[in-house]
Write a protein of this length. Sequence first.
Lengths: 162, 424
Amino acid sequence: MKYKRASIQPIIKLLELFSTFLFFLMMLTIGTEVVSRYVFQRPLIWTSELAVYLNIWIVFIGISFVTYSEAHIRLDFFVNKLGIKTQRVIEVVSYIIIAVISISLVFGCAFLIKRFWTLRSPTMRLPTPILYASLLIGLFLNLIVSLLKIIERIQLVIRGER
Amino acid sequence: MIWIIFSSFIVLMFIGVPVGFSMITSSLFYIVLTGQNVFVIVQRMVNSLNSFPLLAIPGFILVGNLMNSSGLTNKIFRFARDLVGHMHGGLAQVNIILSLIFSGTSGAALADIGGIGAMEMKAMTEAGYDKEFSASITIASATVGPIFPPSIPLVMYGALAEASIVGLLLGGIFPAFIFVILMMITTTIISRIKKYPRDSKRASLKKIARSFFQSLPAILTPIVLILGLVSGVFSPTEAAAVTIIYIILILFFVYKDITLRGFFNACKESVSTTSAILINVAGAALLGYIAAIEQLPQAITGYLLNYAQSPITALLILNGILLIAGCFLETIAALLLFTPIFVPVYQQLGFDPIHIGMVMVFNLMIGLLTPPMGMSLYMVSNIVGEKMERILKSLLPFYIPLFLTLLLITFVPSMVLFIPNLIG
């Protein structure tokens, strides 16, 4: 099991680094907006759009490593009252749901990217599919992560570990 | 149909599927059952995040992380302790004010209890307060932080309800002050009765002056944020950015202890929190979209108009539903679930969305303190290692300021609305 974890960890770490860089860039962009508007009295037109796009990338790419570190906002109060084995089974079900959602939406994203291939954003003239691509990448990785989690949980049940 | 969708969401959430995914899953059911294409979901999710005001959320998260990791919060704490530590219950009073200001930056009162709350409780127990009192005062005051800027729940509410986020953040200031005063009175009474300890020696004036000047730039941080909002010049996102710039400047020029690594780590921490919170906003937008197509708000309005003849009954119903929901649901989930349903209803009944937002957020926050779910209670009992029942017992007196403030917010809307109205 340790081996499986290790196999995806570098990708997750890299992604986290990339997202942090995007986050930094987003804060820099908002800062630039403020300075250009209030200090130089010359608002730039592209800053808010860029910041919003960066945020969308951060959120959707982040889905995968939030799943990886099991940091999603969830209600574990009732589940925690159950026996350890039942808990594991429910967790497997929960990750299966996440995996199914991820794969369905990946198709949705692919469809939209194809459909809006030529569309451009209002101010920066960036291709709109860039937005859907963030969700596509995030969910695809999320699919892999949740499959790994399923395997991990099943192994735990079989071995009877806590 | 709509009830199947919403109950599937509740069931999924209760078996521990992450809240955001529960929302997406039940929306996917709906889309498939009504024969629409899956891409509608993708489109809605992306569009819901395509908003500049929402960027205040990562902004506030970074403000919180920077302040905590750079030790600015500790500096403020030290000063406050020098100032009032010698009074009966002085440290408890400090705790109230700090929790008010600094909770709400992570979107979940819970995370703040783990951060600054843990530090406050440690200082209090070291000073000789009993654990359950330190714990109960921390959670009681921290749960009110989310109606005081910076507050992530209010930004989320504003984005979903299409209400003025600045108005919401400003609207919380006055009720929060009222609450703090009530809380401090309660604390003073309890401390007098129980003879809570105080620092043996009053800090010398020189010492106080020194710690004041040392902490002044840090103390100004929340003030910069609030003034930015009150001035009416900055949007919440910009106010957050200004605050971040301010923090970086004082760390660089005044305290000279900023490291690139520290800044990087604060950003890194903010990234996962941002993602974990905003994925729920995207999910909630889906449920809101379905509620709108199915005309759920209209149905509820009709129902309410039959039952609630007066505004008072309508508000009582809202309070009742949210208090109960707050006891069972995760705060952010409940807020995101109810906002798209209730706001159109109450707007049609003639209520101000800023007022309703404050009522909703405050109710849900009180829910954090109430069993059986009472997430704050569980968390804090883990941190201080004290039985939940004992904490609950010592929490009881604090329900008085909590519910008094709730009543005021609910039935005296001008208390919430007068500052936003002044600013315009």
